[in-house]
Design a protein around this ligand. Structure first.
Ligand SMILES: [Zn+2]
Length: 45
């Protein structure tokens, strides 16, 4: 499953498809751009 910046993909851990940085989101949180490389696409872990 892929999540993009600006979506609300739900609670879970998402990994940047570019640099592998992990972002933790709660329910209702909006996906930010990657804090490390500003990529906007993430895979759910
Ligand atoms: Zn990144």
């Amino acid at each position: 499953m892929t999540a993009k910046t600006g979506q609300e993909p739900g609670k879970g851990t998402y990994k940047c498809t570019n640099c592998g940085t992990e972002v933790n989101l709660g329910n209702g949180d909006t996906m930010p751009p990657c804090p490390k490389c500003s990529n906007t696409t993430f895979d759910k872990c």
